[in-house]
Design a binder for this molecule. Structure first.
Ligand SMILES: Cc1cc2nc3c(=O)[nH]c(=O)nc-3n(C[C@H](O)[C@H](O)[C@H](O)COP(=O)(O)O)c2cc1C
Length: 291
């Protein structure tokens, strides 16, 4: 990059960004560095299936890695301006790669909030175990709500009677064909992320907001797990949006948040692709090579 972070800084930043969550740890993204900056592409070849739902999972994960990257850059002393969809918002998965964002960077003292979130990137895990709490302090929910709202995403609480967690750690919604309310013991709080429209741009934003919420929760000492599988049945997704968002938002993702007793061991990290595997670097003459 002409006047941006040096290669060693970028490698550290991209290593940290790679710890972003993605459905089944697919990590459906790639990075490209050239004299114009740092670029994020969707890697459609890593999507989990051919359904529209799998496509959404790619965009949500790319939003999360985009935000993790912005946080890591900020903490490394580089403020960012992000240009989303620099080539337009019509994305064709048959074209590989598809550019989702380009970073503009300017040297700047790290913001304390970014430092706090960057510090927990390597500690955050999807924790599918039982959570002790049935509720979160109002101020906690308020903080998460504000952080999501800054990315244009609304957070709503799914009523406890509308979901339960099974023994394998998966969450089931109680709408539509499964409309009976749950009498299962509370297992944390289930938050829904809602966007004004149901576009690719909205999904990328929802992924960015999810990253903020998950890292903020980790920084507060809370356990969390992002989920989209329960939203796969279209009827459940709509019914949840009607109840939680008064039908005014599209539900993109769920996040279960709660507390773990201090003596409970942590969850093991899931292996990530290396920076060399996810990144191409432009060299003289505009050629690309993988480092
Ligand atoms: C868009 C998206 C959808 C996800 N959906 C689910 C899900 O339905 N169920 C689940 O248990 N985990 C889900 N996850 C969590 C991933 O499985 C998890 O992020 C990945 O395995 C990496 O593990 P880590 O988050 O502990 O680093 C989802 C994550 C993302 C970003």
């Amino acid at each position: 990059m002409a006047s941006g972070p040096d290669t060693a800084t970028l490698e550290r930043v991209l290593e940290a960004a790679g710890w972003a969550p993605s459905a089944q740890n697919a990590q459906p993204w790639s990075w490209h560095v050239d004299p114009n900056g740092l670029h994020l592409d969707a890697d459609w070849s890593r999507r989990l299936g051919d359904s529209p739902f799998d496509r959404c999972d790619v965009l949500l994960a790319c939003g999360a890695v985009l935000d993790h990257c912005a946080i890591a850059l900020d903490a490394a002393g580089w403020a960012t301006r992000i240009h989303r969809f620099p080539g337009g918002t019509v994305l064709d998965p048959r074209l590989d790669p598809v550019r989702l964002a380009t970073f503009e960077t300017i040297e700047s003292a790290p913001m304390p909030a970014a430092r706090e979130l960057a510090d927990v990137i390597h500690r955050r895990r999807s924790d599918r175990r039982h959570y002790a709490s049935a509720a979160l302090p109002e101020t906690t929910v308020e903080t998460l709500l504000v952080r999501a709202a800054r990315r244009g995403v609304e957070l709503g609480v799914v009523p406890a009677a509308r979901w339960h967690r099974d023994d394998t750690g998966q969450v089931h919604l109680h709408y539509g064909d499964h409309a009976e309310t749950s009498a299962a013991p509370a297992d944390g709080v289930l938050l829904a992320l809602g966007t004004e429209d149901d576009s690719d741009a909205a999904r990328l934003r929802a992924g960015e907001a999810a990253s903020r919420v998950l890292l903020s929760a980790t920084a507060m000492g809370l356990a969390s797990c992002p989920l989209t599988e329960p939203l796969r049945p279209a009827r459940d997704r709509v019914a949840l949006a009607c109840e939680v968002f008064d039908g005014q938002r599209h539900a993109q993702m769920l996040i279960r948040i709660g507390t773990q007793p201090a003596d409970v061991p942590g969850v093991s990290a899931v292996v990530r692709r290396s920076v060399a595997e996810t990144t191409t670097w432009a060299v003289d003459g505009g050629q690309r090579r993988t480092r």
